[in-house]
Write a protein that binds this ligand. Sequence first.
Ligand code: UDP
Length: 453
Amino acid sequence: MDNTSSERIRRRLIFFPLPLQGHISPMLHLANILHSKGFSITILHLKLNPPNPANHPHFTFRLIVDDDFSKESFNADLVSFLALLNDKCVEPLKQALLAEGDAVACLISDAIFHFTTGVCESLRLPRIVLRTGGVCSFLAFAAFPLLLEKSYLPLRDDRLEEAVIELPPLRIKDLPVINTPHQDMLYELVQEMVHQTKASSGLIWNSFQELEETSIAKLHQDFQIPIFPIGPFHKHNVNSNSNSNSNAPSSQNHSSISWLDKQVPKSVIYVSFGSIATIEEPEFLEVAWGLASSKHPFLWVIRPGLVRGAEWLEMLPGGFLDGLNGRGHIVKWAPQLEVLAHPSVGVFWTHCGWNSTLESICEGMPMICTPCFTDQRVNARYVSHVWKVGEQIEKELNRERIERAVRRLMEEREGEEVRERALFYKEVANVCVRPGGSSYDSLSKLVKYLSFS
Ligand code: UDP
């Protein structure tokens, strides 16, 4: 450790992740990276989806709100859940930060926790924002006032296919909205997220320059704050368990890898729609029949609660798996980073959450995209039309479309360009975190910035 690092060792960074898997994992990865650079780490958390301290013995964990207020609201509506968190956490966060004392360098806050600006200002503490999504979707969020003014929003069923001329290559149906009875609350939340990000002392991205060059250039124009694209976080060479997904539920099913070990190279379809998306029964059945008729082996993550109205597998047609003679394997949760790196996997059928998208890109894995809501729609459009490392199955989801997409991406010459581009981005993602790479350099700048700000 050089002199600068040893001076830094007493500086503490306070992390406050949003309590959702897709937000907690990248923040813990980031905490690991910065810990390896000499910072002490405190993770503040709620009762919902608490991180497991045993996986991070080198961090200090503090529960700041000791009640379950968020659970019910989370199950009812994502937008009101996020608004509620921004309301209820003000005082607990303030008290937690006061208790940390003087050695704190800054708070690293999820972008969606926009209320943290006010708390940090009152304590004269710098606030750095981590946006756990991609830059491309953030720019679409930042354009909401324009999209409302030009009547692209609210969405209208008869205009969904129209191009959004100001945000190529997005169509109206790719805009990052979500079904909620509280549309106005959504617009307000997005506006606050963008506004308070602009007001922050810096902005960290789990993305990399080469992947989002155009979007990052636009971001620099519109946001006059230091910007640090230092991803993919999980690819940094950090001596900890950060190579596996650090907040995985304890029920993680290890049978996935032993099942994959028995399959032919590049033959398996890996299917997962992330940690919060839900689908309706008819769509679920089309996925099942599409996989069955694809003739490929498949590893399918069916989370309890994935299918609306079902506990777990009860909506699968009777005898579905038995009829496949071992060609299908269903789990509640898979070690996704390891699955995507496994030689048997040939395609990832994903909802295009940002983590899943990035993890797939890092492994050179072509994607079949079925976005459900918010930024997933933007990510899917970029996967298919900008990076060209996958293709989107457009609604309505049906077994013929699924079969066709699988054949194209896994078997046919038509999919060759996609497979090659996927491998190209894998290489770029690996290089950017090595010495001299764009994310490596950006991380060095971030460490300096945090050390002396
Ligand atoms: N994940 C996993 N196993 C699973 C499903 C998901 O490890 O069976 C991880 C995945 O690797 C990713 C995260 O959960 O890091 C999901 O985040 P993403 O942004 O893709 O989607 P979200 O869950 O936020 O919709």
